[in-house]
Design a binder for this molecule. Structure first.
Ligand code: 13P
Length: 336
């Protein structure tokens, strides 16, 4: 496949009015989500919950792609259809989380580096055979006293670039996710500084590793106040700071930015995305790749009961529709 074809997949993922559903929670993460509703994280519960999400009628109106976890990519729907096929039958592009998680960075206190490069080339070939067309790798940058260090940012940026190059070799579109966490009491200015430095280093490494920018997507955090900062920045401030930061760091050749929600409430994540699109024109599409902000109301509606399937699907459809509107800057609170 040529870079041109990979670029076309990247463009389809950021098609007007659509974004990505991140349903790639690792086993420990999905357990945390299920614990909150007292549902055991068995393989069958994970399968049946995700089947409800993927078979939501009309999801494809607002969702271009779904990111899956290794286990989910191999699972099948009740009628025997493999999940990747369930999605492609609806015109939704299947993707796969390929990193092995953020682990303690040796020699540093409370900083992390994402692992998973060893053996990645062979895993990518298998994922492609199983039907994945794009991939995701998440790096985690924490803000705190004296952190992040340049060493942590550089180690993560290098790994992201090595991953992205391997994806393009394997004919998968890489989603490059350097997440600056919302945790902490830092203000929005500090988030902007750290996000700017991180993205500069990430794009320098992508360049070093010959990654084709037209054939990738960036999954950034929004520039936002720390969760426990006494002064929470307004929607206008978040939108302006995020767009300014991205304009300073992300080349126009990248087709799209698919923001993570990172712990924002579902409504907040929609409102912030909407405002950024209101203040457009931008060189890239500004879209979403939300996990919690799309799924939180759906999981709450489920409560582990198959009889709640219609409520789960209604909740997911509603959030997808609101975010679809936010892609055009057409979201209003009345939609809620
Ligand atoms: P959140 O939107 O819940 O941050 O998840 C997105 C994601 O895929 C993180 O890797």
């Amino acid at each position: 496949m040529t870079a041109y074809k990979l670029g076309k997949i990247a463009q389809s993922l950021v098609h007007a009015g659509k974004g990505i559903l991140a349903a790639d929670e690792s086993s420990p993460t999905i357990k945390k989500r299920f614990d909150r509703i007292n549902v055991p994280s068995s393989e069958e519960n994970r399968r049946s919950y995700r089947e409800m999400l993927f078979t939501t009628q009309g999801l494809e109106e607002f969702v271009s792609g779904v990111i899956l976890f290794d286990e989910t990519l191999r699972q099948i729907a009740q009628d025997g259809t493999p999940f990747p096929k369930v999605l492609t039958n609806k015109g939704i592009i299947p993707g796969i989380k390929v990193d092995k998680g953020a682990k303690a960075l040796a020699g540093f206190h409370s900083e992390k580096v994402t692992e998973g490069l060893d053996g990645l080339r062979d895993r990518l070939i298998e994922y492609r055979e199983l039907g994945a067309q794009f991939a995701k790798w998440r790096a985690v940058i924490t803000i705190g006293e004296g952190i992040p260090t340049r060493a942590c940012i550089d180690a993560n940026a290098h790994a992201l670039a090595r991953y992205a190059a391997l994806c393009q070799e394997a004919e998968l579109v890489p989603i490059v996710e350097p997440e600056v966490l919302m945790d902490g009491k830092h203000d929005i200015e500090r988030c902007e500084d750290v996000t700017t430095l991180t993205l500069r280093r990430v794009f320098a490494e992508l360049h070093e590793q010959n990654v084709i920018l037209e054939a990738m997507l960036l999954k950034p955090n929004m520039v936002i106040s720390g969760k426990t900062c006494p002064r929470q920045a307004s929607v206008d401030e978040v939108a302006e700071a995020t767009v300014r930061c991205m304009r300073r760091t992300v080349p126009a050749s990248v087709p799209g930015l698919v923001f993570l929600s990172g712990g924002q409430s579902p409504e907040q994540a929609t409102e912030n995305l909407n405002r950024m699109n209101v203040i457009g024109q931008h060189p890239w599409e500004l879209s979403f790749s939300y996990g919690r902000a799309l799924q939180e109301p759906a999981i709450a509606a489920w409560q582990g009961k198959a009889s709640n399937a219609a409520l789960v699907q209604k909740a997911l459809y509603h959030r997808a529709k609101c975010n679809g509107a936010a892609r055009y800057g057409n979201y209003t609170k009345e939609m809620e």
